[in-house]
Design a protein around this ligand. Sequence first.
Ligand SMILES: *[C@@H]1O[C@H](CO)[C@@H](O)[C@H](O)[C@H]1NC(C)=O
Ligand SMILES: *[C@@H]1O[C@H](CO)[C@@H](O)[C@H](O)[C@H]1NC(C)=O
Ligand SMILES: *[C@@H]1O[C@H](CO)[C@@H](O)[C@H](O)[C@H]1NC(C)=O
Ligand SMILES: *[C@@H]1O[C@H](CO)[C@@H](O)[C@H](O)[C@H]1NC(C)=O
Ligand SMILES: *[C@@H]1O[C@H](CO)[C@@H](O)[C@H](O)[C@H]1NC(C)=O
Ligand SMILES: *[C@@H]1O[C@H](CO)[C@@H](O)[C@H](O)[C@H]1NC(C)=O
Ligand SMILES: *[C@@H]1O[C@H](CO)[C@@H](O)[C@H](O)[C@H]1NC(C)=O
Ligand SMILES: *[C@@H]1O[C@H](CO)[C@@H](O)[C@H](O)[C@H]1NC(C)=O
Ligand SMILES: *[C@@H]1O[C@H](CO)[C@@H](O)[C@H](O)[C@H]1NC(C)=O
Ligand SMILES: *[C@@H]1O[C@H](CO)[C@@H](O)[C@H](O)[C@H]1NC(C)=O
Ligand SMILES: *[C@@H]1O[C@H](CO)[C@@H](O)[C@H](O)[C@H]1NC(C)=O
Length: 858
Amino acid sequence: MGIGKLAFFLLCAFLCQLVFSSSLPHLCPNDQALALLQFKNTFTINLDASYSGYYPKTAKWNKSTDCCSWDGVKCDEMTGQVIQLDLSRSQLRGEFHSNSSLFKLSNLKRLDLSENDFSGSLISPKFGELSNLTHLDLSYSTFTGIIPAEISRLSKLHVLSIESDPYELRFKPHNFELLLKNLTRLRVLHLSSVNISSTIPLKFSSYLTNLGLSDTQIYGILPKGVFHLSNLESLDLSDNPQLTVRFPTTKWNSSASLTKLYLSGVNATGTIPESFGHLTSLHRLRIASCNLSGSIPKSLWNLTNIEVLDLGYNHLEGPISDFFRFGKIRSLSLRNNNFNGQLEFLSFNRWTQLGLLDCSVNSVTGPIPSNVSGMQNLYSLFLSSNLLNGTIPSWIFSLHSIGILDLSDNHLSGNIQEFYSESLYRVSLKQNQLQGPIPKSLLDLQGLQFLLLSRNNLSGQIASTICNLTKLLVLDLGSNNLEGTIPLCLGEMSGLWILDLSNNSLNRTINTTFSRGNQLIVIKFDGNKLEGKVPQSLINCTYLEVVDLGNNELSDTFPKWLGALPYLQILILRSNKFYGPIKDSRTDNLFAQIRVIDLSSNGFSGDLPARRFENFEAMKMIDESSGIREYVGNIYSYYYTNSLTVTTKGLDLELPRVLTTDMLIDLSRNRFEGHIPSIIGDLIGLRTLNLSDNRLEGIIPASLHQLSVLESLDLSSNKISGEIPQQLASLKSLEVLNLSHNHLVGCIPKGKQFDTFENSSYQGNDGLRGLPLSKDCGGNEGVPQATTPFGKDQEEEEGYSTMISWQAVLMGYGCGFVIGLSIIYIMLSTQYPTWFSRMDIKLEHKILMRMKRHKKRH
Ligand SMILES: *[C@@H]1O[C@H](CO)[C@@H](O)[C@H](O)[C@H]1NC(C)=O
Ligand SMILES: *[C@@H]1O[C@H](CO)[C@@H](O)[C@H](O)[C@H]1NC(C)=O
Ligand SMILES: *[C@@H]1O[C@H](CO)[C@@H](O)[C@H](O)[C@H]1NC(C)=O
Ligand SMILES: *[C@@H]1O[C@H](CO)[C@@H](O)[C@H](O)[C@H]1NC(C)=O
Ligand SMILES: *[C@@H]1O[C@H](CO)[C@@H](O)[C@H](O)[C@H]1NC(C)=O
Ligand SMILES: *[C@@H]1O[C@H](CO)[C@@H](O)[C@H](O)[C@H]1NC(C)=O
Ligand SMILES: *[C@@H]1O[C@H](CO)[C@@H](O)[C@H](O)[C@H]1NC(C)=O
Ligand SMILES: *[C@@H]1O[C@H](CO)[C@@H](O)[C@H](O)[C@H]1NC(C)=O
Ligand SMILES: *[C@@H]1O[C@H](CO)[C@@H](O)[C@H](O)[C@H]1NC(C)=O
Ligand SMILES: *[C@@H]1O[C@H](CO)[C@@H](O)[C@H](O)[C@H]1NC(C)=O
Ligand SMILES: *[C@@H]1O[C@H](CO)[C@@H](O)[C@H](O)[C@H]1NC(C)=O
């Protein structure tokens, strides 16, 4: 080609470009501009519809400009047809119907609608008509229901992403298989948290570079072929406990390309095979919760590119110092294993990129080394539940970018120094031997959300500047030597969920006024020297589940008004100076959710409040059906667990967490008199009933035989008379029975649990006979007849009970907030706590924001 020709050609190309790009006013066909505008107008712009930091791309779309220049729109340079539409994170909210004008854009090749809020719309089968699509992203846009089979028609797809919130979306049987079979050009497939519930077919696109199927309920054996995809770069099959994964023992075909391998929470049992050493490109490896055991194979140390490594929740062992070989590590989680040794290697100062270090729940010993530097990027440091001792070195307090510091449950001693970080939002130093005052700098951390310093030897007062921490959600200062008064301003902390000041030396009256609209769920002031009355303003704490004021010197009548708190489940007033009768009340719905009520060791008097018992709706159910262990007051329990000291089975027990099924009534050591109301027999969820050391008389109501899960019954040291109802022999869960020191007579029931109780259960009565007391009971072999006469009081109550309506009032658990919390409960109470540990900070933030939003709406 001559120079002249070339020049001409270039000039022509230049001119053509000029003509096409500027002289035509509307590249975009009018019908497509209209379709786009129509689409835009179907939705509102809502800040909550996408997570923060994004902007509404459609806001500036405007008829008088070329649609090809609109934000998120791209047209074919030759034809002007709209071929790309990227409206990801555009804060769109509204329903997405099949008649959407979007489907008129039939030339679309790339379509991204991720992270909007389509309000639970179904994914229209019409997406299947956009047959030129190579990229389709509908992730996290609150689509629900079945993913239509028509998606499988998009045979040109290279990229398909339809991730959802857990199980909002699902496949019909076999449709996932069809999808993989038909989409033979797929490179990227992301379906995380879609309910797939099928096996992975043996045949799939050999072009796959990214496969993301975490938390999809896939099951069966993972086809070996997946590991041998020669272009595979990223594989995420985490959180599929029914998926059996057998790691190749030889070199994998994907070993050169694979940079990300996430297999946490699959069924992988065994050791980590040597073959992992071939994965030399690997940057990220997560194999937490895989039931892996043994030591780390030497070959793994060859993976010098590793930046993210999660081996948490396995049974792996070996010296923790070996990990220093990973010089590029940014995130290392070894949580919940058997690693041992000391942390001295940190002083090699090799880990300059380190952002997260989690060695919690291992057997690491010795001090945290003091000469550590260069951790400018450290954001999360978890060393909890090890055997660390010595003081907390000052480099930790001067970490500038740290957000989370958890050194709880070790043997650390010395003072807590002043912090130099401004980004800290979670500090847990609980359960150590730390002393001295709460450092002032902590109370200046404007972002602080969690402050847990309980179970140390901290002293001094609680400064009222603590109330400046407006973001604080959890304040746990329990079991220290703090003194002085409870700061008045605590009641104005509008965001606080947990306030635990228990077991300190706080004194004087509780003058704190809890403001309306506060979010408190747990208030624990027990084990102090508090005087005076229960603050009336607790009634402003609408969300309270737990109120523990036990072991103080409070002097008040029964705060019956607390019964109006709709979620109150635990009320502890034990060991105070409460006095007077607990007046009966006919008002409905008081204490309807109560599960634990402990009024023991006070000066209460008068009759037992039979009609109040009748309001205890939650106790009228035995709910073990779901199999999910739910806890009371463990909001965000990863950081705070609501423990409780109760007297059951004759012992003072500390329950580290309180199950919703741990139902208890303890009215012991008071001056109650009169009869035991037979209505107690309706509280069938009860596990502990303690009415000992009162002045109760009359008989033991036979209705108690209905308490089929009752484990501990203590009626000792009263003036109860008559015979032990033979029906009580049917209490199959009863482990401890104490009827001693009463005026009981007659035969001790025989059979089942009653054969296991010893003399001490019965001693000090007037005339009990039979086993195990030495006295003979007439040698009567047959099952004795019920001999308990029906007392007058019982008949009266029976009449009364038919008068009052008996329907179970299923209280307020339908609201969004509580559902949000239950998700957290479920997360934390099932066997996959790693879900949580592996959760991005970002995701955690999202959940927090959601819970807050739910709460606000509620
Ligand atoms: C559309 O954009 C033009 C140019 O930016 C502007 O002058 C006009 O006001 C806009 N119209 C609307 C309705 O936003
Ligand atoms: C689209 O369908 C929905 C529901 O079927 C209907 O409410 C809406 O009016 C329709 N919109 C148009 C533009 O036809
Ligand atoms: C797909 O694109 C081709 C050009 O690449 C075009 O001829 C065809 O009409 C498009 N298909 C549809 C359904 O629009
Ligand atoms: C599979 O793709 C072909 C076109 O490639 C299409 O005709 C067929 O309907 C698809 N099957 C399903 C189940 O979508
Ligand atoms: C886990 O894998 C083992 C074999 O490795 C198998 O026996 C077991 O049934 C699997 N468990 C589940 C839940 O699939
Ligand atoms: C790991 O590296 C060593 C040399 O450091 C080498 O001898 C060995 O073969 C490598 N192992 C694997 C599995 O690549
Ligand atoms: C820490 O514990 C080790 C034993 O594990 C002990 O030898 C050492 O003296 C302890 N150091 C301190 C400061 O308590
Ligand atoms: C913190 O609280 C004190 C009073 O307790 C107040 O004087 C001070 O201005 C507050 N500081 C900030 C930063 O809000
Ligand atoms: C309260 O505690 C403080 C500090 O321990 C003490 O000085 C004060 O005398 C106590 N006040 C009362 C009324 O017990
Ligand atoms: C609480 O208020 C009462 C009455 O105003 C006052 O006598 C008492 O000193 C206050 N207690 C505390 C701890 O501030
Ligand atoms: C409830 O809070 C408001 C302020 O929000 C306060 O004025 C009121 O006194 C409180 N109620 C009680 C019973 O203390």
